[in-house]
Design a protein around this ligand. Structure first.
Ligand SMILES: O=C(O)C(=O)C[C@]1(C(=O)O)C=C[C@@H](O)C=C1
Length: 309
């Protein structure tokens, strides 16, 4: 089998790279760091890479909008795997710099949001300099970037770079923070059903009328499909026009999920299927007896018998 090529939000040392390394075989595969999520996905769309690892959701800060928007539009992509990474942050600076010297701190926007309380308490006057990733901000210090004097990054990088001094550890406001990442490839064969799966869809709000969101939710509720994430994002077309990005428990080959997908397509034909893949936490879905595959098969057989007369 030829080795696969992966893109990821880089450079080396990002949390996204840690997530990629959870993929079996990734350590020996070709790995291309990209400066943003769009480029990582574009290189999959144009065939330069087989799959991209990108962040989608953080337990403290919520959805990564760059990813939610990039996979919702453009040529279709499929999520084939998810990875969970516990998030802890350190504050780093060049040797000789102490906390009281710090005026500007750079990091990724999601990391900054997760360290807000610590920064307010310890360096209240520090300005924020946006970075394309935590690792890019840390490496900028080594490359002599004069725009900032400290970075917030993963402990991993700090440990590997002798030119970076760790000034504070565990500076995240929530010690249990976790970021969820997705491995995205071009459409192909669906990953097999494991019994502990997730299905992701993008549903444009059907023609704006009272109860439109309720109609979407009802497709899942009436088939006993639990949702683990639902977020609204503007389509960008005009004010008030939204799509919903949804994660549901189960696999497209589960009858209850397939039936819900068909219902979504009926009420919102531009619904986009983004994949069915194994849950990283391996938690099996709780299926009520009346929404099991057997119950759907029996109901279908009953209707067929009625039609046969
Ligand atoms: O900057 C990184 O290291 C990333 O992998 C990105 C990212 C994110 O987008 O949320 C990943 C995990 C952390 O929550 C902070 C930043």
């Amino acid at each position: 089998m030829s080795a696969l090529t992966y893109t990821f939000l880089g450079p080396e040392g990002t949390f996204t790279e840690t997530a990629l390394m959870q993929v079996p075989g990734a350590a020996d595969a070709s790995r291309i760091p990209c400066t943003n999520v769009n480029t990582a996905l574009e290189r999959v769309r144009n065939g330069e890479a087989d799959a991209a690892m990108v962040p989608i959701e953080n337990s403290v800060e919520g959805g990564v909008t760059a990813t939610l928007d990039a996979i919702a539009t453009g040529p279709e992509l499929r999520i084939i795997r998810e990875a969970l990474v516990p998030i802890t942050f350190v504050l780093v600076a060049r040797p000789g710099v102490v906390v009281s010297d710090i005026k500007r701190i750079s990091t990724h926007g999601h990391a900054w949001a997760q360290c807000r309380l610590w920064v307010e308490e310890n360096i209240p006057n520090a300005d924020y300099v946006p970075g394309s990733s935590t690792a890019a901000s840390a490496m900028g210090l080594l490359e002599g970037d004069a725009h900032y004097d400290a970075a917030i990054c993963a402990p991993l990088i700090a440990g590997e770079q002798p030119g970076l001094n760790v000034l504070a550890e565990n500076i995240g406001d929530n010690p249990d923070a976790v970021t969820r990442f997705i491995l995205v490839s071009r459409p192909g064969t669906l990953p097999e059903r494991t019994g502990a799966d997730k299905t992701t869809v993008v549903v444009p709000l059907p023609e704006d009328h009272p109860g439109a969101l309720m109609e979407i939710l009802d497709q899942f509720a009436s088939r006993g499909v639990n949702l683990s994430r639902i977020e609204s994002r503007p389509t960008g077309q005009y004010l008030g026009h939204y799509f919903f990005s949804i994660d549901a428990d189960g696999h497209a080959s589960d009858s209850r999920v397939a039936d819900a997908l068909a219902g979504l397509h009926r009420i919102s034909p531009a619904t986009r299927f983004l994949g069915s893949y194994a849950r990283a936490d391996k938690q099996a879905a709780v299926v009520a007896p009346h929404t099991s595959d057997a119950a759907f098969a029996s109901a279908h057989a009953w209707v067929q018998s009625i039609l046969r007369g």
